[in-house]
Design a protein around this ligand. Structure first.
Ligand SMILES: [Zn+2]
Length: 412
């Protein structure tokens, strides 16, 4: 075998090594070769270059079968930074994160998505964040999470924000002068789980988000599935009854019409537990106080959810389901109905699928948006004009410049 790999194979293997280290944490070269099914010589060649570029470093040594301790390699957190932005109808949450997903700064700004000049205001809000950061680590780009459908070209259709066929990715990229990747907000949580969360140990999983809406992201073979139009995972619009409530999407009987905060409050009002228009926190308070009618409303909603999720599991065959979102305060009460309904409707071979409840904080949406940028060095190249490749180019250009400076310093 030739000691030098052809460029295409080198690019792919290099990405695969970064992806593996990003997802698994520190590994020895022997483990990298075994897990990727490539030769030790190839791993040595690739990791040597990544070490020179400062993208990975030696973490520690572990005992090995051969007697000589094996050095483990890890991704350098400060080798790159990203900004994550979550857009909601009335506010924008923004975080700065390092390459390992650590949040270094977080702010929330009031915002009116329905204003005529909403996108101009978003650019004005983000512009100072892009320039104020010192160039100690390359800012790889800005990830933006929005509720709604996001096409591959960053075009947004979001009834929640009042945005239709809006080329948000292109407008923000031009306005900020660096790569901007726009993604559905539930998908951003899926990517964050895959890179930094409970999904690290799983290749096939679902992330179910509960709260103002009901969403799902689908990860198969370690890859987020977006579907043909970018709308995969719309579990909230699975029909659960004939001629049911009118959903915000225009159809009747969708899951979200019953399981969103508004849907749960409406059911509670129909049972005389709450007043129509009450806040969801009122329902949580009644459940926490053990009010039996409130508990029965939540148990019933949990049954509906469990039956629907069983159907998705039977189709997707995941290893596990991660449940999260701002509605997690209601999960202990929903799960009373969810668990038995799920096990009753699961196809037998799927019996072992685990349900993992994951704690929530409000930064997670924005952290997920940043993960869309951070995952770029860890995903396979698509095309020359792909914004993901522009993100990758920023981090490698910076690393190459640093390496050249270091070589010059060493020789002077
Ligand atoms: Zn619907």
């Amino acid at each position: 075998m030739s000691p030098t790999l052809p460029p295409a194979q080198r690019g792919f293997s290099r990405t695969a090594v970064m992806a593996l280290l990003g997802r698994s944490g520190p590994l020895s070269r022997v483990d990298i070769a075994r897990q990727l099914g490539i030769s030790s010589a190839t791993v040595t060649q690739i990791t040597k270059q990544l070490l020179v570029e400062g993208l990975i470093t030696e973490a520690d040594s572990v005992p090995s079968a051969g007697g000589r301790p094996a050095i483990r390699l890890m991704v350098v957190p400060a080798a790159g930074r990203a900004i994550g932005v979550k857009v909601a109808p009335d506010h924008v949450t923004l975080v700065h994160v390092t390459l390992d997903g650590t949040v270094t700064d977080s702010t929330t700004h009031p915002f009116d998505a329905f204003a005529d000049d909403a996108v101009d205001r978003l650019v004005a809000l983000l512009a100072p964040e892009v320039v104020q950061w010192p160039a100690t680590a390359p800012l790889m780009g800005v990830g933006v999470g929005v509720p709604g459908r996001v096409g591959r070209d960053g075009i947004v259709d979001s009834p929640v924000l009042g945005w239709h066929a809006l080329p948000l990715g292109r407008v923000l990229t031009r306005g900020l002068g660096l790569p901007v990747l726009v993604e559905n907000d539930v998908n951003t949580v899926g990517i964050a789980q895959l890179l930094f969360g409970r999904g690290r140990e799983l290749d096939d999983f679902l992330v179910l988000t509960l709260g103002w809406g009901v969403g799902l992201s689908l990860v198969q073979d370690g890859v987020l599935r977006r579907g043909a139009s970018g709308a995969a995972g719309e579990i909230g619009h699975v029909p659960v009854t004939d001629n049911g409530r009118l959903c915000a999407c225009g159809n009747r009987g969708c899951l979200e019409a019953y399981l969103s905060f508004a849907g749960l409050v409406r059911t509670a009002a129909e049972h005389g537990v709450l007043e129509a228009g009450d806040r969801p926190e009122a329902l949580t308070a009644l459940a926490e106080a053990g009010e039996s009618a409130a508990l029965e409303v939540l148990r019933g909603a949990g049954r509906l959810l469990g039956r629907t999720v069983a159907g998705v599991i039977n189709v997707a065959d995941p290893q596990g389901v991660i449940v999260t979102g701002e509605g997690m305060s209601l999960w202990p009460y929903l799960s009373d109905g969810f668990e038995p309904a799920l096990s009753r409707h699961l196809f037998r071979p799927m019996d072992g699928v685990g349900v993992i409840a994951d704690a929530w904080n409000d930064q997670v949406w924005a952290q997920g948006a940043a993960a869309v940028i951070l995952s770029a060095p860890f995903t396979s190249p698509a095309s020359e004009n792909d914004p993901v490749d522009q993100v990758r180019a920023r981090i490698t250009a910076r690393a190459a410049r640093d390496a050249a400076t270091a070589r010059k310093d060493a020789s002077s």
